[in-house]
Ligand binder design. Sequence first.
Ligand code: ADP
Ligand code: MG
Length: 535
Amino acid sequence: MDATVQNGGRPAAAAPAAIELRGISKSFGPVQANRDIDLRVEKGTIHGIIGENGAGKSTLMSILYGFYKPDAGEIRLGGRPMTITDSQAAIRAGIGMVFQHFKLVQNFTVLENIILGAEDGRLLRPSLSRARGVLRQLARDYELNVDPDETIEELSVGHQQRVEILKALYRRADILILDEPTGVLTPAEADHLFRILRGLRDEGKTIVLITHKLREIMEITDTVSVMRRGEMVASVKTAETSPEGLAELMVGRKVLLNVHKAPARPGQAVLEVCNLKIVDDTGVERLRGIDLTIRAGEILGIAGVSGNGQTQLLEVLGGYPEKGSTLSGEIRVNGTLLSLSGRTCNAAERRRRGIGHIPEDRQVEGLILDFAAWENVAFGYHDAPEYSRGPLMDHDAIRRDAAAKIQRFDVRPPNCYLAARNFSGGNQQKIVVAREIERNPDLLLIGQPTRGVDIGAIEFIHKRIVDLRDAGKAILLVSVELDEIMSLSDRIAVMFDGRIMGERLPADTTASELGLLMAGVDPTFRQPEPLTQDP
Ligand code: ADP
Ligand code: MG
């Protein structure tokens, strides 16, 4: 395929592309992660790579960074053929990469991390002072302020990411690759990152941004490539495409990007939480007095950067608070007080009370990966009357039921004998969602329902959640994806530092207001203004 994209107003024949990949292929055993990929990125542009989970984006960029050796194909940088054998070679060639999971040493300072591996070690002292000077300059040039003497573990995730970027710039990277950089950021931090990236582009650097968020592609990239199942399906100018067009290219069919739902018709309170507190075994207060109510027929969305108590809230509601923690407060479901400790505080008891749970980490809490899909569809509900024959489990009944659910939830492949681990992330999640939703719970707890799930499955899961709401059930939705919260929720609560920072109606708020709340700032708090104003 001709993946050529010409940059803006520049004459077509002017400079060679900053990055040119030709015919790159890479297999991992039977999986062909990249198939005959061509890609061209012009110098001084921001290029997006978008694609569903498993499309091969990270593999392609890891090849460019020397992390994997391609089975076939050619890499050219600035028109020159290059063999990039390892990341040291990539760094020498002017490439920097910010991975999804940072590679910083937690108990070292910013400065130490930045020069780590960049200097030849023996002369650490002189290079420290030189590095300090370079850092100061970079911080000034690109709004990349971080205290060089702070240790990494004291920094927020957003600042740690800045350190990764600084590290690349310190090594004089001309090409910067970022793999899903905003997943861990608040909206304000993401905006800041985008300002930095624009600044770098305007200085002539070339940026490759991997993301699955269409909004980010539209907002910041100049050109975008779409990958699907290991292939490059299109490269286009961002201004000449639309989110709908890109989504269709990603999935290979039309996708509904907006959740269609009628206004909620809330009934009586199903979940009532009053002054709920959790202190963990190290004495840290994880929940600092949570109050919330969810009625039948409504979705309460909880927004927040991960790590602000959402996990603890889901765990205690689901019946498995962390061992060694101390709980206080009250939780009522349909008017009945739930126990917070002891033998009656467990997941099975919660299920009997009509609480379903789609946990945040499906691979650890939602599935038994080595068990077949049919066993996983019954997981937790195996003692249900329809699954037993006298005192025994009725395996045939479970299998029949599982096969029907797998069919209805469009799990692919529709093979109920396959072990859970052999399904893709999206299909694993559909197995969990099928199990929990089809039990028809009064209250469904949902943690990160679409994390790592591709866009087609997201659409499907969102529809099922809205259907359950419309059937009069109460839903608690926890997600770090603000778009997901805003499109699904009937009410939105924002969690910060173990508290509910505020509650909003989706129609009355904006992403930036929620973002401030997520960062612990209440935007409705104003200094008193003088009573009179100038005419
Ligand atoms: P993306 O970044 O688009 O989500 P990846 O490049 O991570 O996709 O993965 C593409 C495919 O290659 C997936 O099917 C994935 O499971 C597989 N894959 C990626 N890395 C490895 C690896 N180190 N070993 C085996 N399979 C891998
Ligand atoms: Mg990836």
